[in-house]
Ligand binder design. Structure first.
Ligand code: GLV
Ligand code: GLV
Length: 355
């Protein structure tokens, strides 16, 4: 191969490797067995000659790595994730490195996981599973693991972009929930969907579903029964959910996070879970991954999974393919498929941002 492309991790499927090797690239996959690579590990991988890197969300891509990549003749960095809070895009731009991410292919998979967490929390699936395995089930009881009925309740979505909108549709169509959402942009397509579905239900003699665009996040927190967080992580969304915002939520609300851990002040959340046993949470992401804040693991009203929202076979192979295409596009001079500089994270695809 004419070009050297490095992947900091082995990635699912073989299509991504084939795409690169068919187009003059020699692919080198890091063989280091530790889960999270340090900046030094990655510097060693880049070496003296590297045209592009496919990296992971656990890595800190800033000035040090981008200047090393530039010195090695590189022009492309592709993050195998839709989120790019681990990437200093300004530093990349400064060193002339194009940055790609992997939106789209993970939308439905991530929304499905957020829906799974919502249902698991509502119906206390994990608690009940542990109860069974512990041999505690000694017969049906009217009070055993009573949870929340979603039908007719309100689902609240903070950040109605691709993933937030897909999640909202699942909860509305699947469970006939009403919608309240907060986003800087109007989710026109989502609103139209709820209106049309509401009319369909009404025509069939059922209670219609409704939607409302909240004028503040606080409005969503105080009105919704299930709240799912789908913003990007940046300075404006760090600790968006804190002691004060938790206090606004209903005592029996469910909170779901499959975006990024630091969007929630996790220590405040642990206190809130302790004080409010009927409040439940479903978490895919954590503030200090891979750690959980002290006390969280002991809370029965928390469902916790290890950052697996995009982990379906189809999606992970798609992310790897898209990450490879991003690097290839830059090296070969095609348009880079996806570029955080051009992404409007809160944007509903149907409505352009205000001029
Ligand atoms: C995963 O967390 C992603 O951003 O793709
Ligand atoms: C990302 O795909 C988003 O929903 O903003």
């Amino acid at each position: 191969g004419k070009y050297r492309v490095v992947s900091t991790k082995s990635m699912p499927g073989s299509r991504w490797i084939r795409l690169l090797t068919e187009q003059d690239c020699r692919v080198e996959i890091c063989t280091e067995t530790k889960t999270i690579l340090s900046v030094d590990d990655i510097l060693a991988l880049i070496g003296d000659r590297c045209d592009g890197v496919i990296g992971q969300l656990t890595e800190d891509w800033g000035d040090v790595l981008f200047s090393a990549l530039r010195r090695a003749g590189g022009t492309a960095f592709s993050n195998m994730a839709v989120g790019y809070n681990n990437v200093d895009v300004d530093a990349a731009n400064k060193h002339g490195i194009a940055v790609g991410n992997t939106p789209g292919v993970l939308t439905e998979t991530t929304a499905e996981l957020a829906a799974s967490l919502s249902l698991s929390a509502a119906r206390r699936i994990v608690e009940a599973d542990q109860f069974m395995r512990a041999g505690l089930y000694d017969g049906w009881l009217p009070h055993l693991f009573v949870g929340n009925l979603l039908k007719g309740q309100t689902v609240g979505v903070i950040g109605a972009g691709r993933i937030g909108s897909a999640y909202a549709r699942m909860m509305i169509e699947g469970f006939k929930m009403n919608l309240i959402y907060y986003d800087l942009y109007q989710a026109t397509r989502l609103e139209k969907f709820v209106t049309a579905y509401g009319e369909f239900l009404k025509a069939n003699g059922e209670q219609p579903v409704t939607w409302k665009r909240a004028s503040s996040m606080q409005e969503v927190l105080s009105e919704a029964d299930v709240i799912s967080l789908h913003p990007i992580l940046d300075k404006t969304t760090y600790h968006l959910i804190n002691k004060d915002s938790l206090a606004l939520m209903k005592k029996e609300a469910i909170l779901v996070n499959a975006s990024r851990g630091p969007v929630i002040d996790e220590a405040a959340l642990v206190e809130h879970l302790k004080a409010n046993p009927m409040f439940r949470v479903g978490l895919d992401v954590f503030e200090d991954e891979p750690l959980m804040k002290p006390g969280l693991a002991e809370q029965k009203n928390a469902v916790v999974v290890p950052h697996i929202a995009s982990a379906s076979k189809w999606t992970r192979e798609g992310m790897a393919t898209l990450a490879a295409l991003n690097v290839l596009g830059k090296i070969k001079g095609y348009p880079v498929w996806s570029d955080p500089n051009r992404i409007e994270p809160f944007l509903d695809e149907s409505s352009p941002p205000p001029a």
